[in-house]
Ligand binder design. Structure first.
Ligand code: DGJ
Length: 741
């Protein structure tokens, strides 16, 4: 059992393999406080002092004349609202009389093996050997409200998850105006915050800055996660790097509005809160009704950011991604988007498929433009019927032809959208989210469907299912190309409009759940204008997510470094595209494009019929390399060796197998420098006691994997390092493979 309740001390201790988390109950009044989170501790003697209940004059029971001083500095497990803790509250509830105060005290608790599902929400999972769960029931007796703080502790990963369920046990209607998933109060140790920010085509770039007094947050109010900020923050002690220092990672398993905030207060403690963004959020809870928040993840590492990363990867691979494809090599795909955009017909697609099949590609994905009157992006979203003008013979003809070539077939949808110029909009204009009487805002000339409504979900899925049943379609790319705005649902009462953002996300989750139930063997890839929905919520439904519309190998180094800080490589959609690159106009060698894409799910996004013979040969070699190394890349441990963010010259990372018998090193020299010596790369993640044979892996050579005849000890590779020669030219890359000798 990784959760212990110390009855006499009224303490809970939650233990992962290398971390401990301690919660304490204040004796008389029953406030639930946070005592400790950090490196694993075995004993508990003295830990309750961390709650500072003995520090006069702060204990209400001995000094009630200054109760507010207590509230305003007590390390809360879930912070109150409006009663004297002036830091960020975790919950705000409006009572029938308009008052908004919330104060919670302990009632009881339950410790169980395993983990319950969170109804309607993506969440981590695990069996009774892998995870234990704790529920702490707290009440606000004035409101008649029960708040259950839920924790799950993993036996095999240094991760804890939290969520909260709020139950209205009163006879009145309450309005939940804020409900975070968790709060963490710690002593401030001059932390620095690491976040992932971006925009379209430049997602998840890393940023690091000191956390000063006041509040620092990342958030989304776009109704989806967005390109701009990842629902993540790491607090790290000064000097923390990949191998050393303490790192606390906070991530949110949700795909809608979020807030992740660090606040340093007057007494120099730091409060982290994570949850649904309270802006425009208000949930009506009638008597007996409850609200379940999404889940947040906490990861602690005493060994730097690298270890934090590997814990996230392991957690998501073992306890979040459900897909039957998780541990499988994904089919190498070719997507026609950058090859044709909207300008294609059946013949063109078959030509691409023919050439792709010859070169070893395994699946053809038909992107946007196959339906309705979709000759450009101004129309037809919502009309999910095959356009037989472009697709002579219909979908089943095309799929059969593609299958005959030995390729699987995949198809693009954007199920949550509606074009004003569509048959669907003519029939159901009120299905678009929009405020009556106000001009509805367009983005990419489209509106968002109100998928909080069941009839809307039913009709869209009916059309999608009809297409999917009509042919052997084994993969779906689920796209979403604009944020939500002009929030109003024709199906919600005036006092429930604040529920729309969240109900939208729940509706979208339900649609994906139903899609997977109808087609259990479907390989689903989520996407949102590139990587605006790269979040842990979507991983619960799809084992891979399109990383970015930017397929330039050099920009991808940055995007993939930021993404891989949290997400396992097997989840990152990555393709080779043509040069000059369509987003940045850069030309990079075909081999570098291949090496960078090999890190992720791997595929091509170009007109393969137009490649030169030399490039076609390289495709066949990249296919070989993929087949040889994908098991290692997909299942292995990720170690960053050098960061292009930091040095602006080169990028280097390594994936080693769990048994440390194999490792693959990815090196890209972004810029050549004159008159420099070879770089010494100190590797990581190897066994110091093993010897490794070195192989060069190269798609430019006929023999793609060549034994160099050299043998290195793991100890030498990690401490003395390996010398990487200067490569001639910019954007050059190398793959080195190490195998136990
Ligand atoms: C945005 C996606 O990210 C692209 O890959 C492509 O599918 C387009 N949408 C199609 O409209």
């Amino acid at each position: 059992m990784s959760i212990t309740f110390y009855e006499k001390e009224r303490l809970f201790k939650l233990d992962t393999p290398n971390s401990s988390y301690v919660i304490g109950i204040v004796d008389k009044e029953g406030f639930v406080g946070h005592a400790y989170y950090g490196k694993k501790i075995n004993g508990i003697a003295g830990i309750k002092d961390q709650l500072r209940v003995h520090e006069a004059p702060f204990t209400p029971e001995v000094n009630n004349r200054d109760r507010l001083s207590f509230y305003d500095c007590f390390p809360m497990e879930y912070s109150f609202h409006g009663v004297g803790d002036f830091r960020e509250s975790s919950i705000r509830v409006k009572a029938p009389n308009g008052a908004v105060g919330v104060k919670l005290t302990y009632v009881s608790h339950e410790i169980t093996r395993g983990k319950e599902k969170l109804q309607g929400l993506p969440a981590t999972f695990g069996n009774e050997e892998e995870v234990d769960s704790l529920k702490i029931y707290c009440q606000d007796s004035v409101l008649g409200m029960m708040v259950c703080l839920k924790y799950s502790v993993f036996a095999d990963v240094d991760a804890i998850t939290r969520s909260v369920e709020i139950v209205n046990q009163s006879v009145e209607t309450l309005y939940l105006e804020k409900a975070f998933s968790g709060c963490l109060d710690m002593d401030n140790r001059e932390y620095e915050a690491i976040t992932l920010h971006g925009t379209w085509a430049r997602e998840r770039h890393m940023e690091r800055k000191p956390v000063g007094h006041g509040k620092f947050s990342v958030s989304s109010n776009r109704g989806e996660t967005g390109h701009q900020e990842q629902p993540f923050m790491a607090l790290v002690t000064k000097g923390t790097d990949d191998t050393k220092g303490e790192a606390y990672g906070f991530h949110f398993i949700y795909s809608g509005n979020f807030l992740v905030q660090a606040e340093v207060n007057q007494f120099n403690s730091v409060r982290m809160v994570v949850g649904i963004h309270p802006e425009d959020f208000c949930f009506r809870l009638k008597s007996g009704e409850s609200f379940q928040t999404p889940e947040m993840v906490l990861v602690y590492s005493a060994e730097g950011l690298g270890q934090m990363t590997r814990s996230f990867h392991d957690l998501y691979r073992k306890h979040l991604i459900r897909s039957p494809y998780l541990h499988k090599k994904r089919p190498i795909l070719i997507n026609n988007w950058e090859a044709t955009y909207f300008d294609f017909n059946t013949e063109k697609i078959i030509d691409i498929a023919k050439e792709a099949a010859k070169l070893g590609v395994e699946m053809l994905v038909l992107d946007d433009g196959w339906f309705g009157n979709r000759f450009d992006d101004n129309r037809s979203l919502g009309d999910w019927q095959v356009n037989t003008e472009k697709m002579k013979g219909g979908m089943s003809y095309l799929v059969n032809e593609v299958n005959k070539l030995g390729l699987k077939f995949g198809l693009w949808f954007e199920p949550e959208m509606i074009s004003p110029e569509s048959e669907l909009y003519k029939k159901h204009p009120d299905w678009a989210i929009g405020i009556p009487g106000r001009e509805n805002g367009l983005a990419r000339n489209q509106f968002v469907l109100d998928v909080s409504r069941k009839e809307v979900r039913d009709e869209i899925l009916r059309m999608v299912f009809e297409v999917l049943h009509s042919a052997n379609i084994e993969y779906v790319k689920w796209d979403m190309n604009r944020p939500l705005s002009d929030l109003y649902s024709a199906s919600l009462n005036a006092d429930c409009q604040g529920e729309l953002y969240h109900r939208y996300v729940l509706g979208m989750y339900e649609m994906q759940e139903r899609l997977l139930a109808e087609f259990p063997n479907l390989l689903l890839e989520n996407c949102s204008g590139g990587g605006a929905r790269f979040d842990p919520g979507m991983l619960y439904y799809s084992p891979q997510i399109w990383c970015s519309d930017d397929t330039d190998a050099i920009e991808r180094l940055m995007i993939q470094e930021g993404t891989a800080m949290l997400y396992p490589l097997c989840a990152m959609g990555a393709h080779v595209s043509v040069c000059p690159n369509h987003t940045v106009g850069r030309s990079t060698p075909f081999s570098t494009r291949g090496n960078v894409a090999l890190t992720g799910t791997f595929g091509y996004e170009l007109d393969i019929t137009k490649l030169s013979d030399e490039e076609k040969t390289m495709v066949t070699r990249q296919v070989q390399i993929y087949h040889k190394f994908n098991d290692l890349i997909r299942e292995g441990d990720y170690y960053r060796v050098a960061s292009y963010y930091e040095n602006r010259i080169y990028d280097c990372y390594l994936v080693s197998s769990k048994d440390k018998k194999q490792a693959l090193l990815f090196y890209t020299q972004v810029m050549n420098e004159p008159n420099v010596h070879s770089k010494i790369l100190k590797l990581r993640g190897l066994d110091p006691d093993k010897d490794y044979a070195l192989y060069a892996v190269d798609s430019e050579k006929e023999e793609t994997v060549i034994n160099t005849g050299k043998v290195y000890s793991g100890d030498v590779l990690m401490n003395a390092g390996i010398s990487m020669e200067r490569l001639w030219g910019d954007f050059k890359s190398k793959l080195l493979y190490f195998e136990e000798h």
